[in-house]
Write a protein that binds this ligand. Structure first.
Ligand code: HEC
Ligand code: HEC
Length: 453
C-alpha cells in the first residue's frame, strides 16, 4: 500500500515538473532528447578532478595494446580479450550494437559460461585458488569466452546465435514478432565445454549517472525491499547481497557492489587487464600460450596492467556522468507517464531515489532483484540472484538507446521497448497483462513516454 501512495505522489510531481521549461533541470542532469546524453559530464569540483577525469577518459577510450609496448601507459591487453577499449562496448558512454541485421552477434555481446549448482559465477573468476573455482567455471574456458587474443594465443571460440521468432497478437489484432536466441559456440580451440556448462549472453548497459547511483545510501534502496510481499501486490524485490553484506548495484543482476569493483571486473574479464582485484591473467590450465604470453613491465605497483591509480582515474571519469532526464513531455507522453504508474510499472521502475547529499534522481529502478519468470531466466546465479532474477533495468536514457539502434533486455533479445515489455513475466506478469489489455492508443502513450526518458 505504502508503495502505491509513493508512486502516486511521484507521478503527480513528475507531471508538475514536466510543464516547467528546460532551465528547471539541475546541472547534473542531461537533456535526454539530446544527441549523446551519456557522454556528458558534470562540472568538476576543481582542476585536479578535471585532470583525473581526462586521464580516466584516455584509459576508457584509447585502444590498449599487447605488452610490452613503447607506450607503457596502455600496454597489457590480453592475452585473451573481447575488445581493446571500454568504449568499444560503451559507445559515447552508452551501450553498443550487439546483434547485426543477419542475427550475428557483435563483440559487445558477451558470451559467458557457468555450471549449474555453481553458487556464484562472478566471484569465481577472481581467485583461481578458491576451493569452489573449478566447480563453478568451465574447466577449459573459465567464465567468459574471449573472441580475441594477442600474440600466439588462439581466440577461444566463435560465438553464434540461433534465432527463434515468435509471433504475438494483441486482442485488437496488432502484431509483434518477438525474437529470442540460443547462444552457440563454434571453433572451440581448447577442447569441448564441460557437459554441464551453460552458455549465456549479456549486453552492455548504458553508463548513466553512475556516481549518483553510488551516492544513494543503502537504506534508501533497502526501504523498498519486500521479500515476503507483505503489501500483497505480487512484487517482492530484494537486494543482491555480497558475502560481506555489501549491497550489489551494478550489472544486470546487481552482482557488483561498487563502481570500482565493476570496473576492475570489466578490465580483467573483458580486456585482460590485471589489477589489484584480479592480479592473475585469466588463463585456464590447458591454455599454454596464454600462460606463457609476455607480461607488462614492472611499475611501482608491481606487474599489474592497471595499477590502482589508473583504476581510480577511470572511476573518477565514470562518476562524472550525468543523469539523462526528460526536459519536456507532450500531452501523449504525459498520459503515458500517468499510465506507466497506474498499471504498476513503477512498483519496480521506481520513479525517484535520493542521494546522501539530497539530490533526487530518476533512474527508474529500485536497484532490487525481481523474479522475471521462466522466459527471461538464464540459468545462472550471481551472489544471491537466482536464475530468473534480475535487477530492475534503469530506464533513464532509454530514448537515446532506441535512437542509437541498440537493443533491450539482458541478452539483447528485444529490438524495442514494446518487445521488452512483452517478455516481462514472474513478478511483472500482472503489469504485462494490464499493458496488453490496454487499447492501442494507451499502449502507444506508454511507449511514447518511455522514448522521452
Ligand atoms: C566486450 C564488451 C565490454 C567491454 C570491453 C567493457 N564492458 Fe562494461 N559492460 C559490458 C557488459 C556486457 C556489461 C553487463 C555485465 C553484466 O551485468 O553481466 C557491462 C557493464 C558495465 C558497467 C555496469 C553498468 C550498470 O549500469 O550497472 C560498468 C560501470 C562498465 N561496464 C564499465 C566498463 C569499463 C570501465 C570498461 C573498461 C575497463 C568496460 N566496461 C569494458 C560490456 C563491456
Ligand atoms: C517486477 C518488476 C518489474 C515490473 C512491474 C516492470 N518491470 Fe520492466 N524490467 C524489470 C526488470 C528486472 C528488467 C530487466 C529484465 C531483463 O533484462 O531480463 C526490466 C526491463 C524493462 C525494459 C528494458 C530496459 C532495458 O534496459 O533493456 C523496459 C522497456 C521495461 N522494463 C519497461 C517496463 C514497463 C513499461 C512496465 C510496466 C508495464 C514494466 N517494465 C514493469 C522489472 C520490472
Amino acid at each position: 500500500m505504502r508503495k502505491e501512495i509513493i508512486a502516486g505522489t511521484l507521478a503527480l510531481s513528475l507531471m508538475a515538473a514536466t510543464s516547467i521549461a528546460a532551465t528547471a533541470l539541475p546541472d547534473w542532469t542531461a537533456d535526454a532528447a539530446g544527441l549523446a546524453p551519456f557522454a556528458q559530464a558534470m562540472r568538476a569540483r576543481d582542476d585536479a578532478m578535471l585532470d583525473q577525469r581526462m586521464l580516466g577518459r584516455s584509459f576508457f577510450s584509447i585502444p590498449w595494446v599487447a605488452a610490452p609496448a613503447a607506450t607503457t601507459a596502455r600496454d597489457g591487453l590480453g592475452p585473451f580479450f573481447n575488445a581493446n577499449t571500454c568504449a568499444s562496448c560503451h559507445e559515447d558512454n552508452g551501450s553498443a550494437p550487439t546483434i547485426d541485421a543477419d542475427g550475428k552477434p557483435l563483440r559487445a555481446l558477451l558470451f559467458k559460461l557457468a555450471r549449474p549448482g555453481a553458487h556464484n559465477a562472478r566471484m569465481a573468476t577472481d581467485t583461481p585458488e578458491s576451493p569452489d573455482h573449478a566447480r563453478m567455471l568451465d574447466p577449459h574456458y573459465g567464465g567468459q569466452i574471449a573472441i580475441n587474443a594477442t600474440g600466439h594465443a588462439t581466440p577461444e571460440a566463435r560465438p553464434r546465435l540461433e534465432t527463434h521468432k515468435i509471433a504475438y497478437r494483441y486482442h485488437d489484432g496488432a502484431e509483434v514478432t518477438l525474437e529470442r536466441f540460443t547462444p552457440k559456440l563454434d571453433n572451440l580451440a581448447y577442447g569441448p565445454l564441460a557437459e554441464d556448462t551453460v552458455i549465456f549472453t549479456r549486453q552492455p548497459p548504458a553508463l548513466a549517472g553512475l556516481g549518483l547511483i553510488g551516492a544513494v545510501p543503502d537504506a534508501e534502496i533497502l526501504a523498498w525491499e519486500d521479500p515476503e510481499d507483505r503489501d500483497g501486490n505480487g512484487i517482492s524485490g530484494r537486494a543482491n547481497r555480497m558475502a560481506d553484506g555489501a549491497i550489489g548495484r551494478y550489472g544486470w543482476k546487481a552482482a557488483e557492489p561498487t563502481l570500482i569493483a565493476q570496473i576492475a571486473n570489466a578490465a580483467a574479464v573483458d580486456m585482460g587487464l590485471t589489477n589489484s582485484r584480479y592480479p592473475v591473467e585469466l588463463c585456464q590450465p590447458g591454455q599454454t600460450a596464454c600462460i606463457e604470453a609476455p607480461r607488462g613491465r614492472p611499475s611501482p605497483q608491481g606487474l599489474l596492467d592497471l595499477p590502482d591509480t589508473r583504476l581510480a582515474a577511470i572511476e573518477t571519469y565514470l562518476e562524472g556522468f550525468k543523469a539523462p532526464q526528460p526536459v519536456m513531455l507532450d500531452a501523449q507522453a504525459v498520459r503515458g507517464a500517468d499510465l506507466f504508474a497506474a498499471i504498476g510499472c513503477t512498483a519496480c521502475h521506481r520513479p525517484a531515489l535520493s542521494t546522501a547529499d539530497g539530490r533526487e534522481i530518476r533512474p527508474m529502478s529500485d536497484y532490487l532483484l525481481h523474479d522475471m519468470g521462466a522466459d527471461l531466466a538464464d540459468g545462472v546465479r550471481e551472489h544471491e540472484a537466482g536464475p530468473s532474477e534480475f535487477r530492475t533495468a534503469p530506464l533513464w536514457g532509454l530514448g537515446a538507446r532506441l535512437r542509437a539502434g541498440h537493443r533491450f533486455l539482458h541478452d539483447a533479445r528485444a529490438r524495442t521497448p514494446e518487445e521488452a515489455i512483452l517478455w516481462h513475466g514472474g513478478e511483472a506478469a500482472k503489469a504485462r497483462k494490464t499493458f496488453i489489455s490496454l487499447d492501442p492508443a494507451a499502449r502507444a502513450a506508454i511507449l511514447s513516454y518511455l522514448e522521452t526518458l
